[in-house]
Design a protein around this ligand. Structure first.
Ligand code: SF4
Length: 385
């Protein structure tokens, strides 16, 4: 029997400054803080290596924050610790999120410090006014320059992050951005609708009427047009917000939706392993104080029982184009989807929100448009008896 693989996520919480819409765990920091954090992260890596070092690791993901803000000597130390503590197998996918306007010593030094096979570049938009409104530090030319630089280094698995549904953005505007991006033939595009998070500067401006979100049907039209243009360029939607050329999907992100195990290392990082989900402390001092002791580091420990596992399989699996098959459900739980969810799947099929072919359920375009509602209906407490 093949060994169960593991994914590693490393959180690098630093950013040049906070974007106007951001509620991720990220903040500006001085060099000394970055150095102290790196030491803490290395202690955590070594501690978890003692627990999980024997498992083959086939995906590593540096996320943030802005991993590309960390100086290459610190990144190299992190990679050396990872490589020493875990069994990272040949051919592992190693992704790093990269923001234009960072990379203190250039893309080559970055790629020398961590052997990235894939970069995810946060473009968001090519429109300078929208970028100003979002509080992003870069503009399109800076994106283009690092996109091309990584290409010259042979890193052709390049994701471009985009946003839509922004105040002031139009359908024609998103089409123009996509044309611009597709000229570069990216292997992967992630496109997220703006989530207005309470307490962010953008939420305040919207509440005060200084910014106006596009109407919901325009926001949906943007998503449909974007899906269509990406499909024409050969980038297939494999998850609600993720599009890739065949075979160029993010293996690490697929791990989340397929409920495969991963360790989240670093401030506030989330993990799923040995049937539990938990997160690390979100407070830097607290994190650094217990980084080398997984016993005291874990917060919000949730045991994933049979009921939670069923729910997760449905609402994570249905986010993907592969959907959820009745066979896989039976294999995992010894009963079929309808044995648990009764008439719900058939009702959703009848309402045109899901399709079902050979026992495999997949969200339709209409289902994706109201995916939050459809996915929430698979929470078992909500399923009518
Ligand atoms: S770069 Fe990303 S993580 Fe950092 S503040 Fe902006 S949106 Fe947040």
């Amino acid at each position: 029997m093949s060994e169960k693989t593991l994914g590693l996520y490393l959180h690098i919480p630093f950013c040049v400054r906070k974007c106007a819409y951001c509620d991720f765990l990220s903040f500006p920091a001085a060099q000394e803080t970055m150095a102290a954090y790196t030491e803490g992260l290395i202690r955590e890596i070594r501690a978890y290596g003692e627990w999980y070092g024997g498992r083959p690791v086939d995906t590593v993901y540096f996320g943030g924050g802005t991993p590309s803000l960390l100086p290459p000597d610190l990144l190299a130390k992190i990679w050396a610790a990872l490589f020493g503590a875990f069994r990272i197998i040949p051919g592992a996918e190693v992704t790093a999120e990269v923001n234009p306007g960072t990379l203190p010593e250039g893309a080559a030094s970055f790629a020398e410090a961590i052997p990235v096979t894939r970069v995810s570049i946060g473009l968001q938009s090519d429109d300078p006014e929208l970028m100003e409104m979002l509080g992003r530090i870069h503009r399109f030319p800076a994106f283009l320059s690092i996109y091309e630089e990584f290409g010259r280094l042979g890193i052709t698995d390049r994701n471009v992050d985009l946003m839509f549904g922004l105040p002031g953005q139009t359908l024609a505007g998103i089409e123009k951005t996509l044309r611009h991006v597709l000229e570069l033939s990216p292997s992967h595009v992630s496109a997220y609708s703006l989530m207005v998070e309470e307490g962010t500067p953008i939420a305040k401006r919207i509440a005060e009427g200084g910014l106006v979100l596009p109407p919901e049907d325009t926001e949906r039209a943007m998503y449909h047009r974007l899906t269509e243009m990406l499909a024409e360029a050969g980038l297939r939607r494999y998850e609600i917000s993720n599009f890739a050329l065949p075979g160029r999907e993010s293996r690490h992100n697929l791990r989340y939706w397929r409920r495969e195990e991963y360790l989240g290392l670093g401030l506030g990082a989330a993990s799923f392993a040995d049937g539990i989900r938990y997160t690390n402390p979100r407070d830097l001092r607290e994190y650094l104080a217990c980084a080398d002791d997984p016993g005291t580091l874990r917060r919000d420990i949730e045991k994933i029982g049979r009921k939670e596992a069923m729910e997760e399989m449905m609402f994570l699996g249905l986010r993907t184009a592969e959907g959820v098959s009745d066979n896989a459900f039976r294999e995992a739980f010894g009963c079929g989807i309808v044995d648990i969810y009764g008439s719900l799947p058939q009702r959703l099929v009848k309402d045109g929100l899901m399709s079902c072919e050979n026992g495999r359920y997949v969200l339709t375009d209409r289902g994706i448009d109201i995916s939050n509602t459809v996915l929430a209906s698979f929470l078992l407490d909500r399923v009518p008896a």
